[in-house]
Ligand binder design. Structure first.
Ligand code: PEP
Ligand code: MG
Length: 326
């Protein structure tokens, strides 16, 4: 079993009918990055930068961030890396450098891109470090918790300004660094057509999207099965986001835990997903599952999936469309 999975390290992630699916890694640690590389990940699809900011008194300065991002880019030797700007909220920081007020509902508070825009120095420092690191290989910038067009435009304006400053300082900065948005706030998913022209790529964060869509706290264990991606509302919104992104030729991936669970692969493939980002620990299992499926068959079964009216119905669909992995 293990040995068999191991053999898949050098195999393509290709469906039975010959369609290549891109598997990216969610990676932060040196070990994650090394295994992403060794397992043949297409790149790093989600590099969460929170760890640089947590459990310390001072904010990380530009040099420290630059070194972390440059090491990441160099570690992936030319494969693309997607770095997410910091997704912090009142629940996560109590820095000397950043006196955040307590919030009654941090999950609905000043977090993600909202916090970066409210503290321009945090955003400026992070963008400077990212732009400098982008000189060492392909790097994309991903914004968490985007809810509106105005937020992306504000970051884009700051990105352009900072790039100009860096060039004036003599840094060689690439012309246009791809800027993308996480789709994890339901408003952003529903109103995607109002800002899709502002982004270069999208990444669906199902961990938060499920939480906000179903009003079910992702860390509240007493909610049990109320927190689940197997809800018709989740299926429909995933279908809509993937469909619109493809129609507009904007690359889209799923980077929440859902993408790393091989049991959900038939569902995501049926909805048209071609890019997954997941922890390297389950990458080979997902590759094996994808290789056992026929994409055109799953695409043809999507209408039945969308007709499922409850969790049981979705599970029955999944059961009917899961193939034993060879
Ligand atoms: C998500 O919300 O699905 C996601 C990938 O981001 P995080 O888990 O860091 O909130
Ligand atoms: Mg999230």
């Amino acid at each position: 079993e293990r040995k068999h999975l191991h053999r898949l390290r050098r195999e393509p992630t290709r469906t039975l009918d010959g369609v290549d699916i891109r598997l990216y890694a969610n990676a932060e640690t040196r070990e994650d990055i090394a295994s992403a590389h060794a397992l043949g990940a297409a790149g790093v699809g989600l590099y969460r930068t929170e760890y640089l900011f947590l459990q310390r008194r001072e904010l990380p300065d530009e040099e420290e961030q630059f070194h972390a991002y440059r090491d990441l880019v160099l570690g992936m030797t030319g494969r693309s890396v997607t770095v997410r700007t910091v997704d912090l909220g009142a629940d996560k920081i109590d820095h000397a450098g950043l006196a955040l007020r307590d919030e009654p509902n941090p999950a609905l508070g000043l977090r993600g891109v909202r916090l970066s825009l409210a503290h321009p120095r945090i955003l400026e420092t992070q963008l400077r470090a990212l732009l400098r690191a982008s000189g060492y290989g392909p790097l994309r910038i991903l914004l968490p918790m985007v809810a509106s067009r105005a937020e992306i435009r504000a970051v884009r304006a700051e990105l352009d300004r900072v790039a100009g400053v860096l060039r004036a300082e003599g840094h060689a900065i690439t012309d246009r660094i791809p800027l993308g948005a996480m789709i994890e706030v339901p408003a952003a998913a529903i109103a995607l057509s109002s800002f899709i022209d502002e982004v270069d790529f999208l990444s669906i964060g199902t961990n938060d999207l499920v939480q906000y869509l179903l009003a079910a706290d992702r860390i509240n264990e007493s909610l049990g099965e109320l927190y689940t991606p197997l809800h018709p509302a989740v299926i429909r919104i995933l279908r809509d986001v993937i469909r619109l992104a493809h129609a507009r030729e904007v690359p889209v991936s799923v980077c929440g835990e859902m993408a790393g669970d091989a049991a959900f692969a038939p569902l995501l493939l049926a909805l048209g997903l071609l890019e997954f980002s997941l922890h390297p620990g389950t990458l080979l299992e997902l590759r094996r599952a994808i290789r056992s499926h026929d994409l055109s068959e799953l695409r043809a079964a999507a209408p039945a999936l969308l007709r499922a009216r409850d969790r049981d119905g979705i599970e029955r669909w999944l059961h009917a469309h899961t193939r034993a992995s060879a």
